[in-house]
Design a protein around this ligand. Structure first.
Ligand code: MN
Length: 291
């Protein structure tokens, strides 16, 4: 029976629940840098348009000093976010710089770049993340581009006991990250939650999304149930338009999301194209010095 209280139904809102939990895997890349890989593994090869997420976290120089000497990329973007220590980069297009704590480098490899990424230190803690974000077919052969922002250029939104560092995407309160990738509409937020706090935010229904907890413990709340995510773990977030997090003891996490490209992905080492023929072409172009 309809009653008068029915006249204004609330908009339907659906919280994103955890659909998969992926512990970070020890990995090595570059010239022997020890990493933890969260995305881009057998357990989770891709979450379109998100291709890879690595974390470097060590105070043992032998884990990182060898760095990532000259290597190529084509067809996607790399996002490097440093929490502690410094990373120097230099490429064959004349760009160079140092990413310092709290800073981010967003590199669009486009049609091709050769660069090095080396720790700017021989001791102490080095802690940072690198995300690989796909480009649509129409932008894979675009001109290479760098966007760099130091810690003071990353806007921070303070809520009750929660800080959102907005690297990309816009929060419901209007805090807008300096990077706005057109095709993937990517969101990249570093969330710092104090003990006992909650964080509620809207997320686009269109986006694939995950949360990586890198300190403490964060619980994803959905439909009356909480799923605790511990440090060093990636949680894939299911469909929905809301995200609700809570934490008893405090925690820090990256919330990363993007609109799927729904295009074929041919991934060959440092090249991510749409077909295997395009990956082979990238290898030929690199070896022939055409990057
Ligand atoms: Mn690289």
């Amino acid at each position: 029976m309809l009653t008068s209280s029915h006249r204004q139904a609330p908009p339907i809102s659906h919280h994103r629940a955890v659909t998969q939990i992926i512990p970070g895997l020890p990995a090595a890349d570059g010239a022997g840098v020890r990493l933890t890989r969260f995305l881009g593994t057998a357990a989770l090869p891709i979450l379109d348009p998100l291709l890879l997420l690595d974390m470097m976290h060590s105070d043992q120089p032998q884990d990182y000093v060898a760095g990532f000497p000259n290597h190529p990329h084509r067809g996607f973007e790399t996002v490097t976010y440093v929490l502690a220590g410094k990373v120097r980069h230099e490429d064959n297009k004349g760009h160079r710089g140092v990413i310092e704590p709290g800073g981010v480098q967003w590199m669009t490899a486009g049609r091709g770049i050769v660069h090095s990424e080396m720790p700017e230190q021989t001791d102490g803690l080095l802690w940072g993340f690198q995300l690989w974000l796909n480009l649509p077919a129409a932008e894979k052969m675009t001109a290479p581009k760098y966007q760099e922002f130091d810690a003071s250029e990353i806007p921070e939104e303070g809520r009750d006991g929660v800080t959102v560092r907005a690297i990309a995407g816009r929060t419901s309160q209007g805090t807008t990250g300096p990077i706005q990738p057109a095709a993937t509409e990517a969101i990249y937020w570093d969330l710092i939650l104090e003990a006992g706090q909650t964080f509620t935010e809207s997320l686009p229904l269109t986006h694939n999304a995950f949360l990586v907890v890198y300190e403490g413990e964060v619980t994803v709340q959905a439909e009356g149930q909480g799923q605790a995510i511990s440090t060093g773990t990636l949680a894939v977030l299911g469909a929905g338009d809301r995200l609700e997090l809570s934490t008893a003891k405090g925690g820090r996490a990256l919330l990363i999301a993007g609109k799927p490209l729904n295009e074929p992905v041919a991934h060959g080492g440092p090249f991510v194209m749409n077909t295997q023929a395009e990956v082979l072409q990238a290898q030929r172009d690199f070896l022939a010095g055409r990057f």
